[in-house]
Design a protein around this ligand. Structure first.
Ligand SMILES: Cc1cc2nc3c(=O)[nH]c(=O)nc-3n(C[C@H](O)[C@H](O)[C@H](O)COP(=O)(O)OP(=O)(O)OC[C@H]3O[C@@H](n4cnc5c(N)ncnc54)[C@H](O)[C@@H]3O)c2cc1C
Length: 192
């Protein structure tokens, strides 16, 4: 079987060009190469400039929240992913990769065509699973929780999860979330 190469900007998570690699066998035959081994390299936006919003959709507590991801709203995020795709193309042309590459499946056009590449990024990019920062911790009155994780304006309520992160981390969220929980336990122990 002939190995082929696929480059997809498939998630938006963290600072400039974090490259993730994976191997797979195609199941859905998207490119007409069923059963052919393929691999993919995907750039991520490690420090996105676009900002989404999480809002109440109504006063009823059971009403679902309104989630506005607002992905790729900032054109610099699109440019970062486009640069990542071009970087991947150059990496795939280096000797260790090139001998395994039969052809690039997607994007299947000249990567010097910036407009087409930006369209490709907008059409194909997808989100990763690292939501954070919807309930920002900070010193100012606009922040939802203070540095001891207490919700401003509400007595005896703290938030201890990924939502309090004041900036979007470029690494994975599980460990820092556990650290936030440990800090919350210390704060509560010190208070009671
Ligand atoms: C598919 C996937 C893969 C991931 N992979 C990684 C990884 O490899 N490494 C990494 O570092 N991070 C990873 N993450 C991110 C990480 O898991 C999350 O960022 C982290 O778990 C966030 O912690 P949290 O406490 O903020 O929220 P959560 O872990 O979502 O915890 C929220 C908790 O609240 C509970 N809850 C919700 N509603 C209520 C309610 N009304 N009453 C009581 N309880 C309620 C939920 O049951 C849940 O237990 C991944 C996330 C996903 C979705």
């Amino acid at each position: 079987m002939t190995p082929v190469w696929v480059a997809l900007p498939h998630d938006v998570a963290v600072d400039n060009r974090l490259i993730r690699a994976g191997a797979q066998t195609q199941r859905r035959n998207r490119w007409g190469t069923r059963g052919t081994p393929v691999f993919s390299l995907s750039p991520s936006v490690a420090r996105p400039l676009s900002r989404g919003r999480l809002c109440l959709s109504g006063a009823h507590p059971d009403a679902p929240p309104r989630i506005e991801p607002n992905l790729l709203a900032d054109s610099d995020d699109v440019a970062t992913l486009a640069a990542g795709v071009r970087l991947i193309d150059r990496i795939a042309a280096t000797a260790p990769f090139a001998r395994h590459v039969a052809r690039r499946l997607t994007p299947n056009f000249d990567l010097d065509d910036t407009a087409a590449l930006h369209r490709f990024v907008r059409d194909d990019a997808s989100i990763c699973y690292h939501a954070s920062g919807t309930c920002q911790m900070g010193m100012d009155s606009g922040s939802v929780v203070d540095p001891q994780l207490r919700v401003r304006g509400v007595d005896a309520l703290r938030v201890a999860d990924a939502s309090v992160m004041p900036t979007i981390p470029s690494g994975n969220l599980n460990a820092p979330t556990i650290m936030i929980a440990e800090r919350a336990a210390d704060f509560i122990r010190a208070t009671h």
